[in-house]
Design a protein around this ligand. Structure first.
Ligand code: TXA
Ligand code: MG
Length: 352
């Protein structure tokens, strides 16, 4: 397995057409490839090859009970993943969502015959997504199979939004990481289940529930993290630990967490000096210099409090803070509107 000529020791390569051909060749051999998308970097394998898919679970340390998202190049590609033709209501729903693709939206539908149990954890549904990133699209168009790809991080750790995050977290386990630059959205795709009636939001993301309701009518909301059982963690529990009825097993409480303890500031916390210790501060907008001086490190996600920008920076900022050996990271809250819902969802999980 010789690394491509322009690969660094970490396996990170510029996404030239040669590098994309090399990625296709590796995927055809059942190997894993680090893949940029507009949300987060994925750890990709041939979704039709159970052995390749098994490698994803091993490298991530992910329980086999937590199913993967399958990626295709375009709407036409969905027929190779979901049961086709879709039943009447689902066909109408897919049509109603079509203008959001490519984009950060994953749909859960009854599963097609080409997708093995290893991908869906034996479920009769499959999660499908059409990413909006030139490198992901180019690779998907060149592959004769869809790509299973969870976020390219160890189970329960922070999601990667830069190629370096993948190399740092997964190291030699991934021989080739296509560098597509920083992810433009920065939080994982919105997941909506069309297999339930009414449709059900399984994970908030940058496509908001309001946008989904405009197209689908009624969409049920998930439980907030605070309402979920604490012991149902789909990624960390070795035996699966999946609570019955939990529709998206990876969406249990502890997830997306830095190694450093993360504390959410109370909504009414005064601007006060933290107790003695080395603390990091994660802020959604600029904070005053005298306030900042109480912290060993401050990450401002957006000077003017722009939540889209904050989403792009969130995981990179948490990765930086997590390298500093701090006693804790104190994180601000943001308004839970639009993408703010997804941001607070991720922060609550990181804090639990
Ligand atoms: O933005 C994204 O979606 C990224 C990029 C790489 O595409 N992928 C991603 O994958 O976030 P992952 O594996 O980290 O999260 C997938 C989530 C998990 O919570 C999993 O439980 C859920 O999707 N999921 C997958 N298949 C499912 C199914 N059939 N029914 C319900 N939930 C499912
Ligand atoms: Mg993940």
């Amino acid at each position: 397995m010789t690394p491509p000529r322009d690969a660094t020791a970490s396996g990170i390569v510029r996404p030239t057409s040669d590098a994309i051909e090399e990625a296709v060749a590796r995927l055809k051999r059942g190997e894993l490839v680090g893949l940029p998308t507009e949300t987060v970097y994925g750890l990709a394998a041939d979704a039709t090859d159970p052995r390749a898919v098994g490698r994803i679970f091993r490298v991530k340390g992910r329980p086999a009970t937590n199913p993967l998202i399958v990626h295709v190049a375009d709407v036409a590609g969905l027929r190779h993943v979901v049961a086709w033709p879709p039943s009447g209501p689902i066909r109408g729903q897919l049509d109603a969502l079509a203008d959001l693709w490519p984009g950060p939206l994953t749909v859960v539908c009854p599963r097609g015959p080409g997708i093995p149990d290893a991908v869906t954890a034996g479920r009769d549904t499959v999660a499908a997504r059409i990413p909006d990133h030139p490198v992901a699209s180019a690779l998907l168009r060149r592959c004769p199979f869809p790509l299973a790809a969870p976020s390219a991080n160890r189970s329960n750790y922070l999601s990667p939004t830069r190629a370096e995050h993948v190399a740092e977290d997964l190291g030699d386990a991934v021989g080739l990481i296509l560098d597509g630059g920083p992810c433009l959205r920065g939080v994982e795709s919105t997941i909506v289940s069309l297999a339930s009636r009414p449709a059900r939001l399984l994970r908030p993301g940058s496509i908001t529930i309001e946008t989904l309701r405009e197209r689908l009518g009624d969409v049920e909301e998930p439980l907030t993290v605070a309402e979920r059982p604490a012991d149902g963690d789909g990624e960390s529990t070795p035996a699966g630990g999946e609570s019955p009825g939990m529709e998206s097993p990876g969406m249990s409480r502890k997830h997306y967490a830095p190694k450093t303890r993360l504390i959410l500031r109370g909504p009414n916390d005064r601007e006060s000096v933290p107790p003695p210790g080395r603390y990091g501060r994660l802020a959604f907008r600029a904070i005053a210099a005298d306030e900042a001086s109480a912290y060993a490190a401050v990450e401002v996600l957006s000077d003017r409090g722009d939540l889209e920008q904050a989403a792009r920076e969130l995981f990179a900022a948490l990765h930086r803070l997590d390298r500093l050996g701090l006693d804790a990271i104190i994180a601000d809250r943001c308004p839970e509107t639009g993408i703010g819902r997804a941001l607070m969802d991720r922060l609550r999980r990181a804090a639990s």
